[in-house]
Design a protein around this ligand. Structure first.
Ligand SMILES: Nc1nc2c(c(=O)[nH]1)N[C@H]1C(S)=C(S)[C@@H](COP(=O)(O)OP(=O)(O)OC[C@H]3O[C@@H](n4cnc5c(=O)[nH]c(N)nc54)[C@H](O)[C@@H]3O)O[C@H]1N2
Ligand SMILES: Nc1nc2c(c(=O)[nH]1)N[C@H]1C(S)=C(S)[C@@H](COP(=O)(O)OP(=O)(O)OC[C@H]3O[C@@H](n4cnc5c(=O)[nH]c(N)nc54)[C@H](O)[C@@H]3O)O[C@H]1N2
Ligand SMILES: [Mo]
Length: 771
């Protein structure tokens, strides 16, 4: 057995005659079993890209905008031909249109591993070529990071939130907006050595802490925490928090001292909350009319929060919706009103449970890191504006106080991400992907993104290459030795870029004369040299590799967010203009955005324009992150496949809503929104609030029967809306939309997502549909 690592934890693996055997790391207290069950599917040759491929239309007609992109079949070609085609396109485009016409944002999680990090590799390669248009921010925290930079100066409420170990000891009341989902705490970008989130919460419960879950899904907190479950109308948390804050202040339960000494702009916000600005008093009664939580319940919860050591937890999902800046800003403001910020177990945290590492140990020193070089192109987009950019070159847009312009993209390069999983309104993204002249993708599998490329290079998986794994939200560096040989003719992203760089005459600049093994040694040894004195692990690279796992130095544990700032806000100011928490921000106000004014504001999102339960789309769709896989990765794996219903992604809805529509468990249903439709398999469940349906992200997009549905397999982004959170952050808003659900009309089209778009005479058996 060889120790290896992944975004969902370390594991042991060995290849046997019966296939890949995978066991959880024996030192992990709570391994991610469902996700580990997907790992053997990494080697499934029926779904792998095994050799380089070129889209038939591209091969026959050459580069250019093409509506057939994503509809065409693919022709297998030799490495030499694929490399020279790709090199020629890169050279043509940068010469004719300049490097800004190459989009290399390449958003996506790729695989764990510090060297074979696809996004770092593609950025390094394109920088050597003279640069590229990049993307900034993430789908995870699109609204959060730009907002937090303005109101607290950085992302400390996420990355340095009070440790779960401290909450386990001190918190009396957890008020969890969006929950602390155990399903998400399975995962951490770059890896996780000990899954500890749920254990800490259970310790708090055993000590007597009470949990209040504010969420459309009951399983956003594990059942044995005995949480009280409150189900506001999705997307109305801001209103609910206004009601809580107003109740606290009206009853003198607020901390006036903290608001005066540690916060800026409370009076301005209070004028708005109490109706002096516009005559609308935003109290518990007002909130109740919007969020549908009874007024008495809001008042009682506010009183209980003031009477106890209270931690307000805000999930990342809250900000992944239209006006997503507001629930986060309001949650921080509500914690300021309570005044427990900086106390052990009190205050506010953003994203407990969103990843295993949030609130866990944190490596404070350097990490082994592949240098990406320098990008001389200054053009960029906020990451979720990809379709706007491709569809509207030259148009202006707002972002964080700046007025910017979409560059004219001619070539798109993607490695390590799946925009046809992660982006909203996928029918629109298909139209956008028809615009560039050339699309080049490195993929391990025939994902929808690979199918929308012109040139597809087969990438090896982490099992087929040597790497080192670690994450900042963790405490160990793990050797990731290869477990098996590359499948087909797959190569690492590094090897592909190295060959392209050589073809383009910049081989030396790209690889600096090192092969893969020499790079690993170089990353390790330069990391050692950068460690502060006393941190050296005392092992050279060979020693580390033989040992397999070493502790990272300078790991912080048992943190209390803002303890110093609380003790002395003058000596330890926040990096904001006022040095305080900005409940109102003069900077944001100065931008003049009506979709993100200068203090927390109730803005009614488009999806609330029609009252819940009414109109052509009466239901709320929650498109959250999946329990049985990481995004779209290994959707064909056993852990993911076992949860499917009639081969489609499970969609959950309350039994009463199902009955009202004459739907039964196991039915294939059509979920329709204003922008598209998707087939899914029905699972009635009273863990879902009435009026809500839940369809997780990640089923491979399958547009093979457009007359029936935009996607016949269950990707919710067939029905989500492609609009930014606001002009401040332009974040992803995929979490919430409005839909109707009905029985899918017969005959049902088969799911073709896992059938490669390739015909090789005599090779049909290899490419048959996996069971
Ligand atoms: N509606 C809605 N949409 C969402 C979300 C939501 O909540 N609702 N969540 C959003 C969030 S938070 C995120 S982070 C995104 C995630 O979106 P992505 O990060 O794009 O999703 P992944 O499925 O992880 O895509 C990674 C791809 O990289 C490939 N890959 C893995 N390793 C390698 C490698 O070494 N080399 C190469 N070349 N390829 C590799 C995998 O096969 C996979 O296709 O989705 C977003 N989309
Ligand atoms: N197993 C697994 N774990 C993952 C991932 C994965 O793909 N698979 N993805 C990882 C990534 S990239 C990220 S960014 C994080 C995402 O972390 P989050 O964004 O927090 O995760 P989600 O599952 O999208 O949403 C959490 C819960 O929020 C609730 N929710 C949705 N809308 C509302 C609302 O309006 N109000 C309230 N109160 N609650 C609401 C939903 O019930 C949902 O289950 O997860 C990470 N962890
Ligand atoms: Mo994410």
């Amino acid at each position: 057995m060889t120790l290896h690592s992944s975004h969902w934890g370390a594991f042991e693996a060995v290849e046997t005659a019966a296939g890949l055997e995978v066991r959880p790391d024996p030192t992990d207290p709570n391994p991610a079993d469902a996700l580990l069950r997907n790992v053997p599917a990494m080697l499934d040759e029926r779904v792998r890209v095994l050799v380089p491929h070129v889209r038939r239309g591209f091969l026959e007609r050459g580069a250019g905008p093409d509506e057939r992109r994503g509809h065409d079949d693919f022709v297998p070609v030799g490495w030499e031909q694929a490399l020279s085609l790709a090199a020629r396109e890169l050279d043509r485009v940068r010469t004719a249109f300049g490097n800004a016409s190459i989009f290399g944002g390449s958003y996506g999680w790729g695989s764990a591993g510090r060297f074979h990090h696809a996004q770092s590799q593609v950025h390094r390669f394109l920088n050597v070529l003279g640069g590229y248009t990049r993307s900034v921010e993430t789908y995870s925290l699109g609204a959060a990071r730009p907002l937090l930079r303005r109101i607290v100066g950085n992302d400390d409420p996420i990355m340095r939130s009070t440790s779960l170990s401290v909450l386990a000891e001190h918190t009396e009341l957890f008020v969890c907006f969006g929950g602390i989902p155990a399903k998400n705490a399975q995962v951490n970008a770059g890896g996780v050595t000990r899954h500890a989130t749920v254990g800490h919460l259970r310790r708090a419960r055993e000590r007597g802490a009470r949990f209040v879950l504010v969420s459309p899904l009951r399983d956003d907190l594990v059942a044995d925490l005995d949480a009280e479950w409150i189900t506001p109308v999705p997307g109305t948390d801001t209103a609910l928090m206004f009601g809580l804050a107003h109740t606290l202040v009206r009853n003198g339960l607020h901390d006036g001292d903290f608001l005066r000494t540690h916060c800026a702009g409370f009076d301005e916000w209070w004028s708005y909350l109490d109706g002096r600005t516009d005559g609308v008093v935003r109290d518990a009664a007002w909130a109740s009319r919007i969020c549908a939580v009874p007024e008495e319940r809001i008042v009682a919860l506010a009183r209980e929060m003031a009477a106890h050591r209270t931690m307000i937890t805000l999930s990342w999902s809250l900000q992944r919706a239209r006006y997503g800046e507001q629930p986060l800003w309001t949650g921080v403001a509500l914690a300021c009103v309570l005044g427990q910020i900086g106390l052990p177990g009190g205050g506010v945290g953003h994203g407990y449970g969103a990843m295993a590492g949030i609130g866990g140990p944190r490596a404070e020193g350097p990490l082994p890191t592949l240098p990406q070089g320098f990008n001389t192109v200054t053009d960029f987009i906020p990451v979720a504006r990809i379709a706007d950019m491709l569809l509207h070159p030259g148009d202006g847009f707002d972002f964080d106080g700046a007025r910017l312009r979409y560059p004219d993209i001619r070539l798109v390069y993607w490695a390590g991400g799946n925009p046809f999983h992660h982006h909203q309104d996928l029918a629109r993204l298909r139209r956008a992907f028809a615009r560039p002249e050339t699309v080049i993708v490195h993929e391990q599998f025939w994902t929808a993104t690979a199918r929308h490329a012109d040139i597809v290079f087969p990438a090896s998986t982490t099992l087929e290459r040597d790497d080192l794994g670690c994450a900042r939200e963790s405490d160990a560096l793990i050797a990731m030795p290869r477990v098996t040989e590359p499948r087909g003719e797959a190569r690492s992203d590094f090897a592909i870029f190295r060959a392209l760089a050589e073809e383009l005459g910049v081989g030396k600049e790209f690889d600096e004369g090192r092969d893969e093994w020499e790079w690993l040694e170089h990353l390790y040894e330069s990391w050692r040299a950068a460690l502060a004195e006393g941190g050296d692990p005392g092992l050279d690279f060979a020693g580390f590799w033989a040992k397999g796992r070493i502790d990272l130095p300078r790991v912080s544990r048992d943190r209390v967010l803002y303890a110093d700032f609380r003790a002395d806000p003058v000596a330890h100011p926040l990096p904001t203009p006022s040095g305080r928490i900005e409940i109102a921000s003069a900077t944001i106000a100065s931008f003049g955005y009506d979709d993100c004014p200068g203090h927390p504001t109730w803005l009614e999102p488009e999806f609330l324009a029609e009252p819940p339960g009414t109109g052509p789309f009466p239901l709320f769709l929650v498109a959250n992150n999946p329990a049985t896989r990481l995004h779209s990765q290994l959707d064909h794996g056993a852990g993911s496949a076992d949860a499917k219903v009639a081969g489609r992604e499970p969609v959950r809805m309350h039994p009463a809503d199902a009955a009202a529509r004459g739907l039964a468990a196991g039915d294939v249903v059509l979920v329709e929104s204003r922008v598209g439709s998707v087939l899914a398999g029905l699972v009635p469940s009273d863990d879902v609030a009435p009026g809500v349906v839940q369809l997780s992200t990640g089923a491979w997009f399958d547009p093979s029967a457009p007359d029936v549905a935009t996607c016949v397999h269950g990707n919710p982004n067939a029905v989500t809306t492609d609009i930014g959170t606001s002009r401040l952050a332009q974040g992803c808003t995929g979490q919430l939309s409005r839909v109707e659900v009905r029985k899918a009309p017969a005959p049902l089209p088969s799911v073709r997502a896992f059938v490669p778009p390739v015909r090789i005479p005599g090779d049909d058996a290899l490419r048959a549909k996996p069971e």
